[in-house]
Design a protein. Structure first.
Length: 591
């Protein structure tokens, strides 16, 4: 780091400290000694509970404030001078309003507390694709989480160049009042303010705030893509590996897929990342991806040895559990874990709980923070400075009907339309009602830092630069039958869909052309030994033109929000889809 960069950092820290008035300032180095000291402070304060040291060595339970348990999208703002720059899908606040409304809440907010200066690196050390940031926070819990989720401390400082161009994050717990809770992003200055929340998605500024909202603007300006995607490698029995990036809304199975254990003999999966993907056009005409994170911040409820055995193996050491239940033997428990909770359980708020209680023991959005190195399936590609080449991009969501198990877009432009119009039923990962169908383009609706019409245009522009673009697919693991039960077994059996996807990439199988894209022929979807009936397969792959015509009405209403800013190419794709569906509907009615 040059003297100019060092001076810029020190001057900024001093100016923020003068305003927030911390009792003292600590510059974090990321060492184990520092982490142990912070853990001891939180334990002494009663904020952190050490778990059973034999079964869960160096693992802890943290309970957040009951009003602070999920991302607060309605209090998350993109702060630009021009409202259209933020677009109709973001909550907007002008920088001047933020200065008068939010900045005063930060005055003296760290009084009596320590300000922690946390330098962090996003991406593999030595990669030209990696980026740096500094978060100022008065939360020891946040510091400990950042140490897991990023390359933090001295390693990050090595990446600071002569330019003081780094993402500046200011975070304070404040008084945790929802009435004084804001998360503000300033894309023009690469700055983030967060006040009044200690929850991960609101307080770990390296994650959604930096890695997606700010990085998406950097990506637009610099010609790459910052995406809410997992990255995994799929190797077939012949030893051919394809890397896949996949976008799913939060709590829709992203981590389960990233850590998948294949049920098909001879197939292997390696985990590169479970949540964030930065993709850059390479000199060879392909997209190359890096995972900017070093850990996983996953949803605990529903995670079990059946649904995600690799995650359960990872969750045995060096874990911070948030808002899970606690058993009598000081081991964590949550709904869907597949284990008996026992008789004496303390729920996520520290209250006695017994089986059969109306309220769940663990919060539905209870989390775990764990280093990716703990995961048995983690691949060496996670650390490769150039990243890994992407063969396929997969979009997906939680849909009980309409959307088939898997289909392939006709080309890149059509694939962008598929991603732009994807929808999913909401989950507990964000505040609000659960199970409501909403549009979530590329799973980026809550995370895009600028107008999504321009974001779609940027995707189209990136595609034009690629001589060998990835193929684009859409999947839906959640389709149900007439009895409202899932038709597809999911989890490890999802390798069967990934097999078809990679075979399409290698052009080893054909597909049926439907109005919405290419769907597998039933014989090409390997279901042998999976216990799936041919009737279920037929329902999973069915494309009903009438239902899809209704779907296009919803998509048209959503795209209409962007008015004339929407790229004409997407309007053309929409019209073409409607015409294909009308033609298919006429054929079906006369057959």
């Amino acid at each position: 780091m040059t003297r100019d960069a060092e001076d810029a950092i020190v001057d900024w820290v001093k100016s923020v400290a003068a305003y927030t008035k911390p009792y003292t300032i600590h510059w974090c180095d990321g060492t184990e000694q520092e982490a142990h000291r912070l853990e001891a402070e939180l334990i002494a304060r009663g904020s952190l509970v050490p778990l059973n040291t034999e079964r869960f060595p160096h693992c802890f339970l943290y309970r957040s404030d009951p009003t602070d348990v999920a991302r607060t999208e309605h209090l998350t703002f993109i702060c630009t001078n021009d409202r259209d720059e933020a677009g109709p899908t973001n909550h907007w606040m002008s920088p001047s309003e933020a200065t008068s409304r939010v900045w005063p809440l930060l005055e003296g907010c760290m009084s009596g507390r320590t300000m922690y200066v946390v330098p962090y690196l996003m991406g593999p050390p030595g990669s030209r694709y990696s980026r740096v940031g500094i978060q100022l926070t008065d939360s020891e819990y946040v510091v400990l989480n950042l140490r897991v989720m990023t390359r933090m401390g001295r390693e990050a400082l090595h990446h600071f160049s002569s330019s003081p161009d780094f993402v500046r994050g200011i975070h304070s717990l404040g008084d945790l009042s929802p009435d004084r809770r804001y998360i503000c992003h300033f894309p023009a200055t690469r700055t983030i303010w967060s006040i009044g929340s200690g929850y991960g998605g609101n307080a770990l500024l390296s994650k959604k705030c930096h890695a997606l909202r700010i990085a998406s603007v950097q990506a637009r300006d610099e010609g790459w893509l910052a995406e809410h995607m997992l990255i995994l490698g799929v190797t077939n029995p012949q030893g051919v590996t394809h890397y896949i990036a996949a976008a799913f809304p939060s709590a829709c199975g992203k981590t389960n897929l990233a850590l998948l254990i294949p049920t098909l003999p001879g197939w292997k999966v390696e985990t590169i990342g479970d949540d964030i993907c930065w993709m850059h056009p390479g000199d060879d005409g392909r997209l190359w991806a890096v995972n900017p994170e070093a850990g996983m911040f996953g949803v605990a409820p529903g995670t079990s040895t059946k649904t995600n055995p690799n995650a359960m193996r990872a969750l045995t050491r060096d874990v911070i559990f948030t808002n899970v239940a606690l058993r009598e033997d000081l081991t964590p428990w949550w709904e869907g874990m597949g284990e008996d909770p026992g008789e004496a359980v303390v729920d996520w708020q520290g209250r006695p709980w017994r089986k059969g209680a109306a309220e769940p023991a663990a919060h539905p959005n209870a989390r775990f923070t764990v280093p990716l190195r703990n995961c048995p399936s983690v691949g060496t590609g996670m650390h490769d400075p150039p990243g890994v080449p992407i063969s396929a991009i997969v979009f997906g969501g939680r849909r009980a009907s309409v959307t088939p198990l898997v289909y392939e877009a006709f080309d890149w432009r059509h694939g962008v339309y598929v991603g732009a119009t994807m929808a999913s039923e909401t989950t507990a990962a964000a505040t609000g009602a659960v199970g409501v169908l909403r549009n979530d383009p590329m799973a980026m609706l809550p995370f895009c830092g600028y107008n999504m019409a321009d974001y779609f245009a940027h995707w189209l522009a990136v595609g034009r630069r690629l001589a060998r673009p990835p193929r684009i697919f859409h999947v839906n693991w959640f389709r149900v039958g007439p009895d409202d039960r899932f038709l597809w077994p999911g989890f490890g059996e999802n390798i069967r869909v990934l097999k078809w996807i990679t075979e399409r990439v290698d052009e080893n199988v054909g597909a049926e052309r439907t109005p919405i894209g290419y769907v597998p022929y039933e014989d090409d979807l390997d279901i042998g030994g999976a216990g799936i009936s041919l009737t279920a397969v037929g329902l999973l792959l069915d494309v009903d033109p009438e239902l899809w015509l209704e779907e296009t009405k919803r998509s048209e209403a959503f795209l209409g929000k962007f008015a004339d800013r929407l790229p004409p190419a997407l309007r053309d794709e929409h019209r073409a889809l409607v015409q294909r569906l009308l033609a298919a509907s006429r054929r079906r009615s006369t057959s």
